[in-house]
Structure formats: structure tokens, C-alpha cells
Design a protein around this ligand. Structure first.
Ligand code: ATP
Ligand code: MG
Length: 578
């Protein structure tokens, strides 16, 4: 490709909202362009990278027996009605000319299950692994980081169909390994962590994370056994605290706390510390009201509350209901005097805490010297709080959790029968008995990977693409386009490289050499061939974008040398297992 004929709309001024390095670099280097919030154009260079990522995930899925198809982005809403997902606020909704409601696919479990329930009816037709690479639409509340969190984005999604849980486990493990291979081939170092299923639901699931300071996800990792989990999920051990003796604790007492609602306000007013306070959060799990107690300096993990009650959804209670239940304005809820039929769950850390402070269920008032078991019924104990750095590991004896930021690039789920039961996708076994099909689903953010790759591979001058996903493998820089000798050599090399199957980006523009070098470093093509003054001595310069150590190579050996470098760069990215 000749740069003079190509289309690279670079940006000199990157908008201030672009905080992440990858976002800034992709805009500056002309890989993406924003059309509106969370809606992006993949410009030619960006699109080439996307196509390479797609090809890698295709090859690795085909390798384990996956079959590619392509589903519609327009999803009839009635399919989502079957699984109860048509009300999700992330959906883009629209109607056709007959007023028939549609959504733009945010993931495709319903469509694939619809296909399978119509065409798969016997155990003989499974195992089956289908996948697609397609545009997804999600009306994200906070689009961010360019293509990292977009509202229209490209996803790879695979779906497995099996007759039993052992087969699901096998295909899940095959995909788990395939994902590692995909990310290694892209040059993305990932860790895999336990995760929360979110709107997808189902059984156990894991996320692939890139560790990056700019990541939105909080990930906890055990320094001893390697257990890793998204903070949304991370289990904590029961500290098995023994309750202090209640006899010695003064009677409970109501104190006035005018206008003090938050933990900070109450502790300041009562001159105490947040760990003496118990927060009461009124929530709904599957619509039913419940009170959750955590220490004042802790954060409730709503998903843990949901799991403790075997629920499928969790939300905060609305202010009006809170006021009805507590008979007080929001901010003064406490466990004492709540309706007897309201379940109270408490984080198991509170078992060791007596003589604490809580809201009084009365305006501008708190209770001090509160004891569970004495002043209100012993609550149900559960792991309810958000894990944080320094907490003990739930999986091993002496591990301590540390915290890193992560970008989620993939997420794999053992769905089980959630969708097949809701939508009636069944098969008959050898004896003619009917069973729901056992499913898994596997998502990978293709367009998010573009950004993640740049987030991992860059320096102060620009992007440093791994060769497997670089828009081109080699950039050929003609230093002085007016120098006939240089031009002749560059043209000849361009011809030879192209003939030999190298992907070459030939910078033949009439630009100053400084501009060309800067642009080459910014765009990040991994191998640079510089045709400059050395031509007089029959030499060109070959160097890697990554280390920039120049090497003088005789013109006639340039292709062989570049070939070696290319091979070693691919070699370094070959997957290590399976
Ligand atoms: P997140 O927690 O980041 O919102 P999710 O868990 O809702 O993502 P999944 O449904 O698991 O996302 O989607 C599979 C993959 O698609 C994710 O691992 C991620 O790489 C990618 N992805 C999800 N949402 C977006 C988005 N808004 N923009 C770009 N990629 C996304
Ligand atoms: Mg996810």
C-alpha cells in the first residue's frame, strides 16, 4: 500500500475527554473516529487490525470444531420476552412500519436458542458449537475509552449445545484454552478470573482481563494461591468471629443526629469511627424487600446478597418504599424495629461486633449500644461485602488479596439450561426421553481488543503493534522523495516485498523525513525499513519499532533480513499451550 494513495485521517488535537492512552493514540493515528457518544468509525488502519483480530479468533474456534454463522442484528422483541430480558435498560429498541417491536442485538442467546430449538431435536445432533462475529448494540450509561466501552461494538460470540454437563465442561475447557491461544496470538497478556454473570445469567463463568491502570474493573488476586476474581464476585472467608459478651454492654439508646445521614456525617457527629457503625441497606432481590447489614467502612456487594438468597436480580429499594418500611426519611434505616417479616442478612464480619451504632428508623436519630440477638433478632449471616486489597483469600489458608485494575476482554459462561428451559429447546435421548439442551456462551470483545492491544503496547512516540495484529507488517520509508536513487531503490523494494507476500506500507509521500518517521512510530507498524542516504553505499536501514536499534543491511539482503525478523516476531507470539 502506498501512503500517498491511502487514507489515514490523523488528528492533531485530541479531545480532552480522551483520557486513556489507547483512546488518544487511536484517534491521533487515524484508526478510529467518533461519530457520536460510543459510536465509532473504524478507519482503514483500524479496520485492518479488527480484521486480523477476527481472523485469529476464527482460526482458533475452527480449530476446536466451531462453526461460523451470522445472525441478524435486528432481534424480534418477542424472543427477549421469552427469557424476560426485553426490559433491560441497555437495549436499543425500535419498531418496524407495522409497529412490531425489535431490539438491536446486545448479545444473541435468544436468536441462537431459537435456531437450535427449531433444528436440533436429537442427542445425535450434538455436541454443537456455533459462533459469529458481529456488531452488538448496548445503550451503555457511560460510554468510555473510545472503543473500549462503546454503544455499537464488534463482538465474537460462540454458543455450545450439549446433552450433559460433562460435555459442557469439555467444550468450556476447550474454549478456555482457545481463548488463551487467541489472546497470546494477539500479544495480549491476560489473567482469568471468577466473575459475575450479569445480564447473561447461568452458572459458573470466568473473565479474561488485561491488567491495565486505566481498566474499569477491579480485580483481586491472591498472592499465595493465585485465586483471582472480579471484585463484583470475589469471595471472602467467614472470619468466624466469636461474639463479645452482651452482658457488659450498656442498654441501647436513641441519640439525636440532626442532618447526619452518611457514614462520614454520623461518625463525625458522634465522634467515633466507621467500623463502629453498621449500615442498613434496603434492597430488593427478585422484587422482594430485604435488609442487608455491613460495617460502616465496608461496601455491600449486591450480587452476593442476590446469591445468598438464590435470586436472579437485585436492586436498591426506591426511596418511597424505604420510607414506608422504616417510617423515616432515607438515610436513617436500622435493623431495630423493622417489620418482622422483612428478612435481615448481615455480613459475617458483624458476628464479632456488638455495641454498635445504627440508624434508628426515625428522622435525625441513631441508636447506640446496639447488640444483635438482644435488640433485634440474630440476622442471617452471609458473605456480603465487597472484597478489597488486604483481605484474606477465601481459597487458601494464608493468602492476602491484592488489587489491580483490569480491562475485560473476554467472558465465558456455563449457562446450563437457563435459556433452553425458558425457550423450550429440548432434545430426546437414546431412550426417547426429553431434556433441555445444556448450553454455554462465550464472548470476546473484538473492537475492545483493538484498544486493549494499544493500551498494552505503546511508548511515548506511539503504538507498538504486535506483528500478528499490526495493520501492516513492514513500513518502508522513503526518506527523500526527490532523490532519484533513493526513490528507485524504495520502489524496487516495495515491488519485491509485495511480490513476496509481505504486507508493506510504503511511505512514498512528499513529506519531510521527520514527519514520516514520526508517523511511522505513531502508527506502530513493527518492522521499519528506511531507504535514505545509505543507498549510495548500497545499504538500507532495518529496525524494529519496539527497540529502534538500527541495522545497516545491503539492499539485496533487505528482504531476507526482514523475513527473518518477521518470523521471529510471529514466533514470539505463538501460543504456549493446547
Ligand atoms: P462489561 O462488564 O465491560 O460491561 P459485559 O460483562 O457486559 O461487559 P459481556 O456480555 O460479557 O460484557 O460481553 C462479552 C465481551 O464483549 C466482554 O468481555 C467485552 O470484551 C466486550 N464488551 C462488552 N461490552 C462492551 C462495550 N460496551 N463496548 C465494547 N466491548 C464490549
Ligand atoms: Mg462480561
Amino acid at each position: 500500500m502506498r501512503a500517498s494513495r491511502y487514507f489515514v485521517p490523523t488528528l492533531r488535537e485530541v479531545p480532552a475527554e480522551a483520557e486513556l492512552t489507547s483512546h488518544r493514540l487511536l484517534l491521533r493515528a487515524g484508526f478510529i473516529r467518533k461519530e457520536s457518544a460510543g459510536v465509532y468509525v473504524y478507519l482503514p488502519l483500524g479496520w485492518r487490525v479488527i480484521r486480523k483480530i477476527e481472523q485469529i479468533v476464527r482460526e482458533e474456534t475452527d480449530r476446536i470444531g466451531g462453526i461460523e454463522l451470522f445472525m441478524p442484528a435486528l432481534v424480534p422483541q418477542e424472543l427477549l420476552d421469552e427469557t424476560g430480558r426485553s426490559g433491560l435498560d441497555i437495549l436499543f429498541k425500535l419498531r418496524d412500519r407495522h409497529q412490531r417491536p425489535f431490539t438491536l442485538g446486545f448479545t444473541h442467546e435468544e436468536i441462537i436458542t431459537d435456531i437450535v430449538r427449531n433444528f436440533v431435536s436429537s442427542y445425535r445432533q450434538m455436541p454443537l458449537l456455533l459462533y459469529q462475529i458481529q456488531t452488538k448494540f448496548r445503550d451503555e450509561p457511560r460510554p468510555r475509552g473510545g472503543v473500549i466501552r462503546a454503544r455499537e461494538f464488534i463482538m465474537y460470540d460462540a454458543y455450545s449445545f450439549d446433552t450433559d454437563h460433562e460435555a459442557l465442561e469439555r467444550v468450556y475447557q476447550a474454549l478456555r484454552r482457545a481463548y488463551f491461544r487467541m489472546f497470546e496470538r494477539m500479544g495480549l497478556p491476560t489473567i482469568i478470573v471468577d466473575a459475575e454473570a450479569g445480564a447473561i445469567g447461568g452458572g459458573s463463568n470466568e473473565e479474561y482481563m488485561i491488567v491495565a491502570d486505566g481498566g474499569e474493573d477491579k480485580v483481586l488476586q491472591c498472592d499465595s494461591c493465585g485465586y483471582g476474581a472480579n471484585a463484583e464476585r470475589c469471595e471472602l472467608p467467614d472470619p468466624a468471629l466469636t461474639p463479645p459478651v452482651v452482658d457488659a454492654i450498656p442498654p441501647m439508646e436513641q441519640v439525636a443526629t440532626p442532618n447526619a445521614r452518611t457514614v462520614e456525617e454520623v461518625t463525625a457527629f458522634l465522634n467515633t469511627t466507621a467500623d463502629r457503625l453498621v449500615k442498613t441497606l434496603l434492597m430488593r432481590v427478585d422484587g422482594a424487600p430485604v435488609a442487608a447489614l455491613v460495617r460502616g467502612d465496608r461496601e455491600l456487594n449486591p450480587y452476593k446478597l442476590m446469591h445468598a438468597l438464590d435470586g436472579e436480580s437485585v436492586e436498591m429499594m426506591d426511596a418511597e418504599t424505604i420510607e414506608q418500611i422504616t417510617k423515616a426519611p432515607v438515610g436513617f434505616a436500622g435493623p431495630v424495629g423493622l417489620p418482622a417479616d422483612l428478612p435481615i442478612l448481615a455480613d459475617h464480619e458483624l458476628r464479632g461486633l456488638q455495641d454498635f451504632i445504627t440508624g434508628a428508623n426515625a428522622e435525625d436519630a441513631h441508636l447506640v449500644h446496639v447488640c444483635w440477638g438482644r435488640d433485634f433478632t440474630e440476622p442471617r449471616w452471609a458473605d456480603l461485602r465487597v472484597a478489597q486489597a488486604g483481605d484474606r483469600c477465601a481459597r487458601c489458608a494464608d493468602g492476602i488479596l491484592r488489587e489491580v485494575r483490569g480491562i475485560e476482554v473476554g467472558h465465558i459462561f456455563q449457562l446450563g439450561t437457563k435459556y433452553s428451559e425458558a425457550m423450550g429447546a429440548q432434545f430426546t435421548d437414546g431412550e426417547g426421553n426429553l431434556h433441555p439442551i445444556i448450553m454455554g456462551c462465550y464472548g470476546l470483545g473484538v473492537s475492545r481488543c483493538l484498544a486493549a492491544i494499544v493500551e498494552v503496547h505503546h511508548d511515548k512516540d506511539g503504538i507498538r503493534f504486535p506483528i500478528s495484529v499490526a495493520p501492516f507488517e513492514v513500513v518502508l520509508i522513503l526518506v527523500n522523495s526527490e532523490d532519484e536513487a533513493q526513490r528507485a531503490v524504495a520502489e524496487r523494494l516495495y515491488e519485491q516485498f509485495s511480490q513476496a507476500g509481505f504486507e508493506v506500507f510504503y511511505d512514498d509521500r512528499d513529506e519531510r523525513s521527520g514527519v514520516k518517521f514520526k508517523d511511522a512510530d505513531l502508527i506502530g507498524i513493527p518492522i521499519q525499513v528506511v531507504v535514505g542516504r545509505g543507498v549510495q553505499e548500497g545499504q538500507v536501514e532495518v529496525r524494529l519499532r519496539a527497540d529502534k536499534t538500527p541495522e545497516q543491511v545491503p539492499i539485496e539482503e533487505a528482504m531476507a533480513r526482514v523475513g527473518e525478523l518477521r518470523q521471529s516476531l510471529y514466533h514470539a507470539l505463538r501460543p504456549s499451550e493446547g
